[in-house]
Design a protein around this ligand. Sequence first.
Ligand code: ADP
Length: 732
Amino acid sequence: MTVGMDAADDEASEKWIAQVLLPLPLPEAFDYEAPVGMGLKLGDQVAAPLGARVVRGVVIGLRPARGGNRPLKAVAERLDDWPLPPRTLEFIQWAARYAVDWPGQPLAMTLRGLRAPKPKPERRVVATGSTPERSTPARIRALAAATTPLTRADLTRAGGVSASVIKGLLDDGALGEVAISPSVHWGAPDCGLPGAALNSSQVAAAEALKVVVGQDQFTVALLDGVTGSGKTEVYLEAAAGALALDPQAQVLVLLPEIALTQAVLDRFTVRFGAAPAQWHSGVAPPKRRQTWEGVASGAARIVVGARSALFLPFVCLKLIVVDEEHDSSYKQEDGFIYHARDLAVARAKIEDCAVVLASATPSLETLWNAQGGRYQWLRLSDRHGAAGMPDISLIDMRASPPDKGGWLSPRLVGAVADTLARGEQSLLFLNRRGYAPLVLCRACGERMRAPDSDSWLVEHRYTGRLVCHLTGFSMPKPDRCPHCGAPESLVAIGPGVERIEEEARRLFPNARLAVFSSDTASSAADARALIDAMAAGEFDIMVATQAAAKGHNFPGLTLVGVVDADLGLRGGDLRAAERTYQLLTQVSGRAGRRDQPGRALIQTWAPDHPVMQAIAAGDRDAFVAVEMSERELAGLPPYGRLAAVIVSGPDAAALETFVQALAAAAPNAQGVSVYGPADAPLGLVRGRRRKRFLVRADRSVNLQAYLGAWRARVRPPGAIRLTIDVDPYSFL
Ligand code: ADP
């Protein structure tokens, strides 16, 4: 609908109202007068007055004003930015309803790419067509070369003339200056290039996906293939299918780690002869703005990105791939709270397109949907080529404990020594950054904790600091205990990756070692450099957190040692066993590629735990069956629905009063149980106390409606914040 065109046909006095959604935490969109001459359309970006400010917003509704309406402020300006496509608007509003959040929050995610200013127009010179007063051979050459706009530097080169010749022609008016907005060239993907020669199970999966994509309608497929089975090769073919069918088609590939993007970008570049657009926090804002515009204009056909790429304004989305769909980093926990896998399925439904969820260890939710026939289930059960699956065994730490002061059992140390002797690589995995997770005073027992949070400070030896991994607070390690003043009494308890590296260095002084964690690879480029060096065989031993557990191919890696497999099982949240199973399977899956067999040794103090047994036996189905039946018994996801309601505030008494009022306001509804309030496991974060309610509901219950009704009954006072987390993952 356009204001102006339609309005002109009606009475000249008729006014229009534009409903404008602002990217702010406000309950609803605001009405503004739509100036007739502006020709506003749905999806247009506008500048609208808000109090004393003028803010960016998006038109999500237009209607003629009825007589007697109160006077409205008018839209100030229609912005010269791409409008948001109708389906993007629909997705934004759907996402807000799903998350029980204000619609301005997901809109802010969509508009984030526009934060950088538009690139400045570049000045070029071009022949104006008028004849200069004086003609010389140099002037003739310059004018002949200036038929299209060029920078002055390019024109001096192209015409083989000096800068003064160009200045003279400008003074004479034979050359003129024009401003050109710089544009990015998004290479069109070439679907005619050959893909890899697929093996027979890959062909079967790729053909099935091509059929899915060819139907051009909402379908979810689970690409369930063991590590190294070639899932990427298969979804590349699905992308080729989508791109070949429609010259406008766009494909979105979501990845859980930006460290993985370069490898996937490279594979897309080789397959389609053009580099895809990329979207993640490592991309500089001006570049991000260009990508945003490329997506909105339809020029960017393939986008590879992190979870937030899901909010981009695609105009013709035909396929979404969620790689490593089980990965918990798809869950965004602050600001707008969402899970990118779940929202990807919702977006595909709205776009009426295909979505492929790929994993070697799919989430129970996804498996449940595949088992129920709602998702098409495609399997790759073998590694590609000669590569076999790694041989996985448990090390019972009770029977084979490490030497005093160490963390590696003699069996694991022996295996690393053998691997070194053969000239192959080892990966020692411990999902803990830093040197030691806890620092305490030998004299008084004081444990070092963050000043405003209930979390222990982690010692980092490389930087000599104590760091809170929750809030980022850090301080130099003190010489004396801040509590009792005893000198040099602070001792490190437990290992982090830096401490394992220290131990490995002591045991294998001649080995080439590297540590891979978000501290040693804080940027995508650093991560890439470490991954490339490992893949090129420049290290013998890599000590790594989960940053290295995901998706990388290291051809020379034949041994994976898991230092503390029980780590993820402590804490006991809903997904502890599932996550441990996934992480250990993924990290073990790094071992053995090409024709070298790999093995994984898993150190555990609980070798009888069902997770450890299932991993050792390589029996995913058994693990899933047990875990599913436990969830079913408790009515937990995927058999039931779960949400957390978290309230926080700086003042304990005020928080307690509000929490009691909130508890009393919980609506009674069949099939819904509310648990709590309980102190959140980390009751104090950044000086704010936190309490949590858990809501469990049967699948038949509209959980969002329940939560919305509950929230509407209370009004958090002053400094108290109420956050709803639908389908919570982390229970901090
Ligand atoms: P996954 O994503 O399932 O772990 P990848 O797609 O990354 O597997 O493939 C694992 C490795 O095997 C990669 O190095 C990939 O290039 C290689 N590979 C897989 N399938 C083929 C194929 N059909 N031809 C050649 N190489 C392949």
